[in-house]
Design a protein around this ligand. Structure first.
Ligand SMILES: *Cc1c(COP(=O)(O)O)cnc(C)c1O
Length: 349
């Protein structure tokens, strides 16, 4: 309420000091050089692609097992999407598939740290360096996650975040940010978010209306102080699930990797009996989610890419078997126990 009053009294509702303070605090949280706050994660991605110089006909490699914003922003920035498969176990970009997809028009790659689990960045960054490509990390589900001890978002050319309410760091509306250390590129993003203005009514380029609201920045500054504790609480819940549910043939738990500190945006199990298990949990009063049930290359929106069933087999298997169990920082041992009991009773019954 104090932050709300402060933002209200300032009379500056869009941009301003709340936003620039949030930007420095979030950049330092991400262990990155700078941050530009914008109006959504989708804007963050679109402005990142545009600022990196994406031109019509340029190809960008990304995955089809993600939320559509990752891909949508590529075409909206004028680029051509090149979907590649995910690795079977971790469900993030398969570096070998990405390597095979690099062609003469390829300019960049967009790995997604899906469910809060860092994608395997080292081979992707090495490939990008070899071929002169940029890497935009879609970190919309992974605020605070670490890959080999470094915060995700700070490893690629740019890192993009969303502060949609359901994310690990959520505002009370829409919000997003780009982090990075190339000041020239970040300055272009500042122009893009504000109609290309370098100063009032001086327009260097055509831009967009993509600014963050002061009230969102004020709330995010408070919530940022709790983020590490909330992520640790999510990891604790994940640990309870792992202790209560052992993996066997028909039930696969989320991947664990020595290189990754996961922030468990979601706790996604996999089973061939996914739909029946989901019905069983619903009947037991347990809400679940599907992230995501239909891969992007099989959506009507991407029929123009000419891909069909069988083109991205690991992606299609992930879509057919994934089930998101409840996870949130305040979840108690009792709640986790109830969910785990219901899952076990399904397989035993
Ligand atoms: C939420 C999300 C986005 C888009 O963020 P918005 O703030 O909703 O625009 C992009 N990519 C991924 C992977 C997401 O989960």
């Amino acid at each position: 309420m104090n932050a709300f009053r402060r933002a209200l009294r300032s009379g500056q509702f869009v941009g301003g000091p709340e936003v620039s303070n949030f930007e420095s605090e979030f950049a330092s949280y991400c262990e990155s050089g700078s941050c530009v706050a914008v109006n959504s994660g989708t804007d963050a991605l679109r402005f990142a692609y545009l600022a990196l110089g994406l031109k019509p006909g340029d190809e960008v490699i990304t995955v089809a097992h993600t939320f559509i914003a990752t891909a949508e922003a590529i075409s909206q920035a004028g680029g051509k999407i090149k979907f590649v498969d995910v690795e079977e176990r971790v469900m993030t970009m398969d570096p070998a598939a990405a390597r095979a997809a690099i062609g003469p028009r390829t300019v960049g790659m967009v790995p997604v740290h899906l469910y809060g689990h860092p994608a395997d960045l080292d081979p992707i960054l090495a490939m990008a360096a070899n071929h002169g490509l940029w890497v935009v990390e879609d970190a919309a589900q992974a605020h605070g996650a670490r890959y080999k001890n470094r915060r995700v978002g700070s490893l690629g050319t740019l890192g993009c975040f969303s502060f949609y309410p359901g994310k690990n760091l959520g505002s009370l509306g829409e919000g997003g940010a780009v982090v990075g250390s190339d000041e020239a590129v970040l300055n272009t993003i500042k122009l893009l978010r504000e109609h290309g203005q370098s100063s009032k009514y001086v327009h260097e380029i055509e831009g967009y209306n993509g600014r963050m609201h002061a009230i969102q920045a004020a709330f995010l500054r408070i919530k940022l102080r709790y983020l590490d504790a909330w992520n640790a609480a999510r990891r604790r819940v994940a640990g309870l699930y792992r202790a209560a549910l052992s993996e066997f043939g028909e039930l696969i738990l989320p991947p664990e990797s020595r290189d990754a500190e996961d922030v468990y945006h979601l706790f996604v199990i996999r089973t061939a009996a996914r739909d029946a298990l989901r019905d069983h949990l619903t009947a037991s009063g347990i809400g679940t989610g599907l992230h995501y049930p239909r891969p992007l290359h099989l959506q009507r929106a991407y029929a123009n890419l000419g891909l069909s069933v069988g083109n991205l087999p690991a992606t299609e298997r992930a879509a057919a078997t994934c089930l998101s169990l409840p996870i949130f920082p305040e979840m108690t041992d009792v709640h986790v126990g109830q969910v785990a009991d219901a899952v076990r009773s399904f397989f035993k019954g």
